[in-house]
Structure formats: structure tokens, C-alpha cells
Write a protein that binds this ligand. Structure first.
Ligand code: SF4
Length: 292
């Protein structure tokens, strides 16, 4: 089997012994950086007992501002095999008693995750899955592995191809991510959260993505508007990504969310200020954090 799991469609022969990695660098065994219960995801995903995050090493995107670069770019982590992956999932479910299995950037490892899930299901261990990714997915892959997507936690990061290529080396991102969100909404509209991270110098793209959601899907989509951008890794030498998002930029996005009529979701406060509560519906909440 060759790998065409993500939109890059490398056709890499990575699954056979001695196989060759594709763009993401993943090979023929699951590789994980860390796992554990997290309490900073959006409220329905965190629940009362926390979300069982599993951070997979490698990523199909190469975001120059990535805060997870030690494992997403450089591949730090441990090759664990399917049996260990199953034991991690089991421990999260039975020892930590988390609400769900939160798969952070799982795409290169979907076949292994499914195998681990099947073996656990035979033992009667089953939790909802959260598919937590950049949104750079193929709908064919989403369809094939839809059992791993009880909750969809997808980004809409860019609205312009040129930015997706410059900032994440991700050709076709805009089309792919929008199709991904459409797919998730059609599957389970109440179990979709779209994350809008407001990037410095690119707040207009966040607004364009809100416009896309409102006009081409629905303004009842739960959106999670995020102010937390922090320059790191290669962004430190790449303007405008070398600075924080300004309050003015962030406000322009929260105001647009209100103007488009979004009433479901969450919005982060802008540092100590309180920019959003006045604009958004009663279901909008402030102050969630994220782990990815
Ligand atoms: S998951 Fe990795 S190897 Fe597979 S198509 Fe995407 S980038 Fe290539």
C-alpha cells in the first residue's frame, strides 16, 4: 500500500519494511510525542474529565510558526507500534477516564489508529474520537476513516492559496480545508468545531473564512476564534509572522463573527482585555485555551 492519505498524495511506499517516507516524514509505524488528559480544549470536547490527547509526530503541513516543531517538523517522539498505541488509548479510557480520544494531527497514521481501535472494541473499550487537524485533508480519506471522526475539530487557517503555500507549504489548502469542513458539517453538524486562528497580517483571511462558513455552510457552525498566536520557530525571522496578532486585527475578526451572525462557539479573550463578549451571542464563551 502506498500513502495517499492527505492532499499531498505522495504515493510514498512508506508502509513496507525499509519503506521511504513521503513529505510528512512518517514511516510504517505510529510515532507519538506525548499523550494525556487535557482540559483546555473547547468545552464540549474537554467535558468534565478532560480530553485524551494523543500528539502524533510528523505533520502533513509545514507551518513556519508551528509551536510543535520539535515533533511536527523534526519528528521527535517514539515509534510505538499498534499494540502500544492501543494500550495508551486503553489507559486514557480506563485509568484517566477521559471523555474522548483526541487525535492530534493523526492523518499519516490513520490505518494504525483504526487497527488499535478495532482491537480495543473487541475488549469493549470504546470512546468517541476527536479528529483534530489543520483541515488539510482529503474527503476520500475522511470517508474511509469516518469512524475515527465522532467529533471534528478542524482549522480554517487561510483563505488564499498564496498564504497557504508561503506559511505552511500546503498547496491546495484552501479548497481542501473548506471541503473538509463541509464534509464534517454534513456528517454531524453539532459535532463540528471550526477553529479560526487569527494570524498577524492575515486577519482578513480569517474574516474571509467566516464569510465562507456563513454563506456556503451556515452561521450555526460552532466557531472557535483564537487570539493565541505566538511567533515561534521560523516565524521569528519571517514578517509578518514574527509578531503577535494586534488587538485591532483580532477585534476585526470578532466583530465580523458577530456581523455574520455566528452565535455558537467560543472566543478567546485578547490577553487581559475583553473584546468579544459584547459582540457575540449568549452561547459564545471566552477564555478557552488549546493544547495544539
Ligand atoms: S500522509 Fe505523509 S506520506 Fe502520506 S500523502 Fe500525506 S504527506 Fe505524503
Amino acid at each position: 500500500m502506498k500513502c495517499n492519505l492527505c492532499p499531498r498524495m505522495c504515493n510514498a511506499d512508506r508502509f513496507s519494511p525499509g519503506g521511504r517516507a513521503g513529505f510528512c516524514g512518517a514511516l510504517g509505524t505510529p510515532r507519538v510525542f506525548r499523550w494525556g488528559a487535557h482540559f483546555g480544549e473547547e468545552p464540549p470536547i474537554t467535558g468534565e474529565r478532560g480530553s485524551g490527547c494523543i500528539f502524533f509526530s510528523r505533520c502533513t503541513m509545514k507551518c513556519l510558526y508551528c509551536q510543535n516543531s520539535p515533533w511536527s517538523w523534526k519528528g521527535e517522539g517514539e515509534d510505538i507500534g499498534i499494540e502500544k498505541l492501543a494500550s495508551i488509548m486503553k489507559s486514557l479510557a480506563l485509568d484517566d477516564k477521559v471523555e474522548n480520544w483526541n487525535l492530534v494531527s493523526p492523518t499519516p497514521y490513520l490505518p494504525f489508529i483504526r487497527e488499535a481501535a478495532h482491537s480495543l472494541a473487541k475488549e469493549g473499550v470504546r470512546l468517541p474520537f476527536v479528529w483534530n487537524s489543520s483541515g488539510y485533508e482529503r474527503t476520500e480519506t475522511l470517508e474511509e476513516y469516518s469512524e475515527l471522526c465522532d467529533w471534528a475539530l478542524f482549522d480554517l487557517r487561510y483563505s488564499r492559496e498564496s498564504t497557504a503555500v508561503a506559511a505552511s507549504a500546503a498547496p491546495g489548502y484552501v479548497k481542501a480545508a473548506r471541503e473538509t469542513v463541509k464534509w464534517a458539517y454534513a456528517k454531524a453538524p453539532s459535532r463540528l468545531v471550526v477553529r479560526i486562528l487569527v494570524l498577524p497580517g492575515h486577519a482578513d483571511e480569517a474574516i474571509e473564512n467566516l464569510a465562507f462558513l456563513a454563506t456556503e455552510i451556515s452561521n450555526d457552525v460552532a466557531v472557535s476564534v483564537m487570539s493565541q498566536y505566538t511567533p515561534s520557530y521560523r516565524a521569528l525571522e519571517t514578517p509578518p509572522f514574527d509578531r503577535k496578532t494586534s488587538e485591532e486585527e483580532y477585534l476585526s475578526v470578532t466583530e465580523a463573527a458577530a456581523d455574520f451572525g455566528f452565535e455558537n462557539g467560543w472566543i478567546q479573550g485578547f490577553e487581559s482585555s475583553d473584546p468579544a463578549a459584547a459582540f457575540l451571542g449568549e452561547n459564545m464563551m471566552q477564555g478557552h485555551g488549546t493544547v495544539s
